[in-house]
Design a protein around this ligand. Structure first.
Ligand code: F3S
Length: 427
């Protein structure tokens, strides 16, 4: 079905703002028509967010495209934040790995110049948790977004009540350039209805990353309505609940393709209209202790030697909030003391948005973290892992997203703390 365009949109499509803008518009129209959209709606968020943050040497078509956009004056109408940078010399790496990084991401500086011309918010705007208050890209409820980063999209839709589809990279930039996105899926009331009811019936607080993984693998790209979680994380959408939902949501989005979930009595739309969000004929999924155990046990170990001693640990995918940084620092300190250690037993990297990390560096805990031997970085752990040399390393993480897309092995928060404070395979 062809889309109905307003006069203004049709004019842009016909070339009123130049040939390049016409192509941007045509791409968005084709995208919308593929998914059955009948119209384009304005992007209303203050800022955009782009997923393609890495200057991979092999992405020449992307750099050519950026040049064409800049030359054609098809710039973003909103400033945008970006996913994390792929490089940070502070993160432990050997000579060969450094060589590989320099080769792989040799276009980083040039690409960032292009991004500045297109509308990059600031040099500090590289994080997947752009919605943290310190970063300054927190959409309001009901805002229409043009984002693609899966962990940010699911957070914005579910926790903030904004509206965004799981767009692809570049398409999301086109939406920010045109100022319109096609209306379908999670932008519509109908598309935000839950087609699954998930009942959490565990005897203890579920590990957020495993719960999200179980839900994602079951419902795939559908919308779940989650009941029973309020007994573990409460009914107040405070920082702690938000951090839990951030981790759970990233796992639903990467272990499945969830773009929106509702949590009974907690997330904005569920608080407003409750179970009337559940679509007729919604399917049911019951999660108990045994189901979470089954899901966790199903993760394959793709290390060459499954009993290898871990060489590196990443915490913070998605990037940690300020409260999470503090909590991890305190817990680590307690566990190290308990085990008579001064420093972590495995090289460890905590990752957080540049603005969150900078604020943390001003606090006494930052010295404590450094003293324990932990590196604080704003890198994307996945970008670090995505090459043959790092892929061979036994890396551990508490991120189900990193586990899914790399060779890193998943452990719960408690297991990770045991590794870091006891060492080896003694966790
Ligand atoms: Fe963020 Fe990179 Fe993980 S973008 S969610 S730190 S894979």
């Amino acid at each position: 079905m062809p889309m109905h365009l307003t006069e203004q949109q049709q004019a842009v499509l016909n070339g009123s703002k130049g040939e390049v803008m016409a192509k941007v518009m045509k791409t968005l129209v084709m995208y919308g028509e593929t998914f059955g959209a009948s119209r384009m709606v304005p992007v209303t968020s203050e800022q955009g967010h782009l997923v393609t943050s890495f200057g991979l040497s092999m992405m020449k078509p992307v750099y050519d495209l950026m040049d064409q956009l800049i030359e054609g004056n098809a710039l973003s109408q909103q400033k945008f934040t970006m996913d994390p940078r792929p490089l940070d010399p502070a993160v432990p790496s050997n000579f060969l790995q450094n060589l590989i990084f320099r080769f792989m991401y040799s276009k980083q500086a040039d690409y960032e110049k292009q991004l500045k011309q297109l509308g990059l918010l600031s040099d500090n705007a590289f994080t997947c948790t752009c919605y943290m208050p310190e970063v300054g890209n927190e959409p309001k409820k009901g805002d229409i977004l043009s984002w693609a980063e899966s962990s940010a999209v699911v957070y914005a839709n579910s926790v903030l009540g904004a509206r965004c589809n799981r767009n692809s990279g570049i398409i999301e930039l086109f939406g920010s350039i045109a100022g319109w996105v096609p209306e379908f899926g999670l932008l519509t009331d109908e598309g935000r209805k839950a087609t699954w009811v998930v009942d959490v019936r565990t005897t203890k607080k579920p590990e957020a990353q495993v719960l999200g993984s179980a839900i994602g693998m079951k419902v795939l790209e559908d919308v779940p309505y989650i009941r029973g979680l309020d007994q573990w994380i409460g009914t107040d959408l405070n920082d702690e609940a938000k951090a839990y939902l951030k981790n759970m949501g990233a796992a639903t989005a990467s272990n499945g393709a969830v773009g929106l979930y509702h949590v009974d009595k907690l997330t904005p739309e569920a608080c407003e209209i409750g179970e009337s969000l559940i679509a007729d004929g919604a399917r049911s999924y019951i999660i108990d202790d045994a189901e979470l155990e089954r899901v966790k046990a199903s993760y394959p170990c793709i290390w060459k030697d499954s009993s290898a001693t871990p060489k590196l640990c990443f915490i913070g995918c998605p990037h940690l909030s300020a409260a999470q940084l503090e909590q991890w620092t305190d817990q680590l300190q307690t566990e190290l003391k308990k085990n008579g250690r001064q420093k972590v037993a495995i090289p460890t990297v905590f990752t957080a948005a540049p603005a969150v990390a900078d604020a943390f560096r001003l606090t006494p805990r930052a010295q404590e973290l450094q003293r324990m031997g932990v590196v604080l970085s704003s890198i994307c752990p996945l970008m670090y892992m995505n090459n043959p040399l790092c892929g061979k390393m036994p890396v551990i993480t508490n991120s189900n997203k990193l586990r899914t897309y790399s060779t890193a092995r998943y452990y719960t928060d408690d297991e990770i703390l045991a590794f870091l404070s006891k060492g080896g395979q003694n966790a």
